[in-house]
Design a protein around this ligand. Structure first.
Ligand code: UD1
Ligand code: CA
Length: 508
């Protein structure tokens, strides 16, 4: 947008938000990926601004720290005592006594505002050469809001707060959204004349309109095309309503961009998330933070992704992932927990009841069942047997385990880190691996099995087990197979016995 005039944005964020009943300042409450004030700053960004000021007061340190994170160019201005919206703007304008051009003022609690709306307001204001322009909306329920009082010719006469309004004025359904554009010089003059002669004993920013209009200056109303954009947030019921509206807006945007969302009412996507065409999001799914879902990937049902990337064609089912990278065509879940720095390469699999943390699972490698993989590197095309624990913590420090490529580790293994299993190595089921296994070797680390024949009949006589044993041994003479006599079942070095080494095939 061409800028003929300088512009300053002032966001009002010093209020406590009493009705939120929260230790957190109202403007820091989160709403689908940004705080309330973060949404307002994002909406104001395209209209702006040679500079942006944020008036802080309640929880000033917290709000200033948040600004430093999300909008480092925004300058916090302290309003130590909250003496009204007019007082707040006065303090901001005093901090920039050289300001010229347009001052855009936004309440910090109007998070559904679209950037296009702010831009349109500012352009209308500047084109008309108005002294002040207010964003208004026609709403079904104007309760608690300032009313737009128009004169006989339809121009703006004044803005009246509900508590100061007459019964007739209260019937007006055109409300002040709390978003304004002002001529800097005229604003400064009017702010100096504000009184506190109202029901709250505060300096009202809205009184600037009456003052300017009485002085013969042009004041204007810009009506928002979509009234939902102007909804404020005063308590947590309103916050939840705003969240549903924003959810619907975000979901509709993605569906129109080519993303399938099977159940939009149970799908919550932060405004900061990116999805590609032909991604599919199934029900009960939350996509948060900087998460990205590539085309052809399926996410859900019952998935939460926080700052997690999902590659093309991957499948993530009933899973919770935080700061994880899920590669193309990888498969996660059902029931998996990927913790920070979990990195799954192409076609990797992290299956059912598996938790990973700071772990790289190489291309085509699988951790299918019931395992914890912490602080590990797994090469390509390896298989980790069911019920394996990467024992990374010695009670003081964390250690790393490395599994090579094309390895086959047995079911129920413990890898006591630091330890390495080489390329193409196997480990026997039930092993506690504390020493490196060289490439191509079979690592076996378990007690040898001993069968004590006849123990049950001698020591548990009369039990159902003893009776079954007795029937089995009577039948043995008639040619029934004898348990335990099979070749290999107790052979520790049974490299050829896939059932004793490969947990995956043993389970399936
Ligand atoms: C204000 C408007 C009202 C409008 C409504 C829209 C005034 C007098 N009234 O009412 O016409 O319909 O917004 O939501 O402006 N704030 C400060 N310092 C203060 C007081 C407020 O920074 O001393 C900030 C708050 O943090 C908030 C914003 O200003 O972000 C609005 O304040 P709030 O008290 O919610 O104003 P309303 O009474 O809702
Ligand atoms: Ca308010």
């Amino acid at each position: 947008m061409p800028q003929s005039r300088t512009r300053t944005v002032v966001v009002l964020a010093a209020g406590e938000g009493k009705r939120m009943k929260s230790a957190l300042p109202k403007v820091l409450h989160p709403l689908l990926g940004r705080t309330l004030v973060g949404h307002v700053l994002a909406a104001a960004a395209p209209a702006a601004a040679d500079r942006t000021l944020v008036v802080v007061g309640h929880g000033a340190d917290q709000v200033a720290a948040h600004l430093a994170e999300v909008a480092p160019d925004a300058v916090p201005v302290l309003q130590a005592e909250q003496r009204g919206t007019g007082h707040a703007v006065r303090i901001a304008v005093e901090a920039i006594s050289d300001a010229e051009g347009t001052v855009v003022v936004l309440n910090g609690d109007v998070p559904l505002l679209r950037p296009e709306t702010v831009t349109a307001l500012v352009e209308a204001h500047e084109t008309a050469g108005a002294a002040a322009t207010v964003l208004a909306a026609e709403v079904a329920d104007p309760r608690g809001l300032g009313r737009i009082v128009r004169d006989a010719r339809g121009g703006l006469e004044q803005i009246v707060e509900e508590r100061d309004a007459t019964a007739e004025q209260r019937a007006i359904r055109e409300i002040n959204a709390g978003i304004y554009a002002f001529d800097a010089r005229l604003l400064r003059g009017a702010l100096g004349k504000l009184s506190t002669d109202n029901d709250q004993g505060e300096e009202y920013l809205t009184d600037v309109f009456g003052l300017l209009s009485a002085a013969g200056e042009a004041v204007a109303v810009h009506v928002a095309a979509d009234a939902t954009e102007t909804l404020g947030c005063n308590d947590r019921v309103e916050l939840a309503a705003l969240r549903r509206l924003l959810r619907d807006r975000v979901n509709a945007g993605w569906m129109r961009a080519g993303v399938s969302i099977l159940d939009p009412e149970t799908t919550w996507i932060d405004v900061t998330v990116r999805l590609e065409r032909d991604a599919l999001v199934d029900q009960n799914t939350q996509l948060r933070g900087s998460s990205v879902v590539a085309g052809g990937a399926t996410v859900g049902p019952d998935v939460t992704l926080i700052d997690t990337t999902v590659g093309a064609g991957a499948t993530v089912l009933r899973a919770h992932a935080v700061q994880a990278e899920i590669g193309p065509e990888a498969s996660v879940g059902p029931y998996a927990y990927l913790r920070p720095k979990s990195r799954l390469a192409r076609k990797a699999k992290v299956g059912t009841f598996v938790e990973t943390k700071n772990a790289a699972v190489g291309e085509g490698s699988k951790v299918p069942h019931l395992s914890y993989v912490g602080d590990a590197t797994i090469g390509e095309q390896s298989n980790i047997g069911a019920a394996t624990v990467f024992v990374n913590y010695d009670g003081v420090a964390k250690h790393h385990t490395t599994i090579g490529s094309h390895a086959r580790t047995g079911a129920d293994n413990m890898f006591v880190a630091p330890v390495t299993v080489g390329d193409g190595a196997y480990t026997a089921a039930g092993s506690v691996i504390i020493k490196d296994v060289p490439p191509g070797a079979l690592g076996v680390a378990r007690g040898e099995q001993r069968n004590i024949d006849g123990w049950v009949e001698r020591r548990r006589p009369g039990t159902a087990a003893a009776e079954a044993a007795s029937r089995a041994s009577a039948g043995a003479g008639a040619g029934a197979p004898v348990a335990g006599e099979g070749e290999g079942l107790h052979v520790v070095g049974g490299a050829g016995e896939r059932d004793s080494t490969s947990g995956d095939t043993a389970i399936e």
